[in-house]
Design a protein around this ligand. Sequence first.
Ligand code: NBP
Length: 474
Amino acid sequence: MSKSDFGLIGLAVMGQNLVLNVESRGFRVSVYNRTGSVTEAFLADGAKGRNIEGHADLKAFVESLATPRKIQIMVKAGGAVDAVIEQLLPLIDQGDLIIDGGNSLFTDTQRRSEYLEEKGILFIGAGVSGGEEGALKGPAIMPGGPMDSWKIIEPIFTAISAKVNGEACCRHMGAGGAGHYVKMIHNGIEYGDMQLICEAYNLFKAAGFTAEEQAAIFDEWNRGDLESYLIQITSKIFTIIDEETGEPIVERIMDRAGQKGTGRWTVLSATEMGSVISTINAAVEARILSSWKEDRVEAAPHLQGPTAFQSGLSKEELKQKVHDALFASKIISYAQGMNMLRAASEQYGWGLNMGDIASVWRGGCIIRAQFLNRIKEAYEGNPELKNLMLDDYFKGILNASQANWREVVALAVTNGIPVPAFSASLAYYDSYREERLPANLLQAQRDYFGAHTYERIDKPVGEFFHTEWPEVIE
Ligand code: NBP
């Protein structure tokens, strides 16, 4: 029997669907899963009649693969990946390629890259986005690792990835952990996008829009400049009615959000690098606050706020203003994410290409959106673009939207409706365009209590001064 072109370990939902996708592109695939019954069930069901062979024994699995072997690990991120690598090492040869396609922390990927390089094993850490459906029909793939390793898997990854205008949503991102880093930022941006949509929904709900009206608004937005997968599914969510109560299902769902950790990793990495991702940060914190359900229920009768929603706006006017606030905030979120990628690229020497990243995110993944074409164009037109906000297209939108954006944030604040991501985005915009921030006073305070010194606006940069501040008498 001919050897397989590709092997995959880890037959949970993502692994199974990726296998079916690879096979559907004309490749022969071997599979292995720690729990053998899972492999058997897959062979008897989804893989039945397809060019897929399953193995209960890891050695037999490895031997079934054509060399250089291409083995993708699709198991739970963390220790399980290391465990599988250790099991593979005695069985594979130098020059074989291991790909970790799970949501691994990029520092783990960097470590594994170095470890495997020492042993002569090729390694790619690939972020895969698009959930189960993407895995089956065409995900966005963000591979990182040495170029020679990438070349080995490029034909298969290019074949299975999503396509936009005939272009594969899969490009080599950079060395080491670059691919998993880009995937982590993708997930952070996904958090931001989702939270911004939720804030729009919350305002509409307070203003008395029905679920049906919201379905129509998001559907309309999905046919305009906000066109995206997340806006599309949001529109559909509002159309689903709970059979038991006859209410829209969204109103029966518990308001306690979960998270698996990639948003938190993004925030931690930003803090370490001195990047500002306030929109994503607000989104991560909003999920945490949502999880404090019992505390919120207990506090609600004790802490006062405005009672009836008042705006003085027609529904049509409010719709337009919220649209502008959402679009402007979304631009800020992407501007922050792209700047963080640039900072990481410099820090780790990855040479990330912003245009390529925007291009890969256009299809297959959760944040796929029409406006990623504009981001791609912005960075292709000016690879040194300092901040996405300064690109002509985005600058035009921000300038045209800022008045409505402010009105929406003010309206939310006046009515006691939390809009942490809208307002964090606006504060970033206003801080970035401010020539003089109040950090002069901050420097004075630091010099006061810690003699940290300060620079002066009327003296050369890099010259430091200290004032003998008056003693504080307690
Ligand atoms: P899970 O993350 O739920 O992992 C389950 C798989 O890991 C099973 O095949 C399981 O084998 C295997 N496994 C575990 Br758990 N511990 C193992 C160990 N010590 N040795 C060998 N195998 C082990 O699966 P998933 O949801 O398909 O996701 C796979 C990867 O893709 C994860 O890193 C995930 O974060 C990432 N991802 C998921 C999605 C998504 O939408 N679900 C999207 C994008 C990326 P068993 O059957 O023997 O328990």
